[in-house]
Write a protein that binds this ligand. Structure first.
Ligand code: HEC
Length: 152
């Protein structure tokens, strides 16, 4: 009985699928993003995105990946400092800024990769978006706090 009731909901989900597909990175973009991840993020967030609690938070299933992609660009560019919550667990560490290490296109690729792999996808980042985020956040001398980003 349960199953039957679930069917209309599934049909609805199916109907919503095309818009999600449209925001899927191309296989080439995913490859580029993975390469950036394996070079730049893997030491802390781990190859499988699980992080290393209680020091490095996970990306896999992180509610932060559902945030606006401009906000995520700002985190990668300028860093993030705790306290923050990820999947119900408290973290109070510092992620150092990567603005000097990564080009705008690399930030876009890596964010598209992590969102497609461990988040729920969402609108794609591109070089122009990250460039604008870099410009908008250039006065940020310390890693962001959750409060500065308006994240609870
Ligand atoms: C040197 C370790 C380190 C590296 C490298 C690093 N991070 Fe982080 N990251 C952290 C820590 C620590 C936090 C949590 C900071 C805090 O407690 O506020 C964090 C938080 C985050 C968050 C928000 C919380 C979450 O788990 O979703 C995102 C998103 C994120 N990092 C993405 C990235 C991406 C993408 C890269 C590579 C481009 C990267 N990080 C590289 C250590 C790192």
């Amino acid at each position: 009985m349960r199953l039957l009731l679930a069917l209309p909901a599934l049909a609805l989900l199916g109907a919503a699928a095309p818009s999600n597909d449209a925001a899927k990175p191309s296989p080439e973009a995913l490859e580029r993003g993975k390469a950036v991840y394996m070079k730049t993020c893997v030491a802390c967030h781990q190859a499988n995105g699980a992080g290393l609690a209680p020091v490095f938070p996970p990306l896999d299933g992180s509610e932060w990946l559902a945030q606006d992609v401009t906000l995520l660009s700002k985190i990668v560019l300028r860093g993030l400092q705790g306290p923050i919550k990820v999947k119900g667990q408290d973290y109070n560490m510092v992620m150092a800024p990567l603005a000097d290490q990564l080009k705008d296109a690399e930030v876009a690729d890596v964010l598209n990769y992590v969102r497609a792999t461990w988040g729920k996808g969402g609108p794609l980042a591109d070089e122009a978006l990250v460039k604008a985020a870099r410009e908008a956040s250039k006065g940020q001398k310390q890693p962001y706090t959750a409060a500065e980003l308006g994240v609870k």
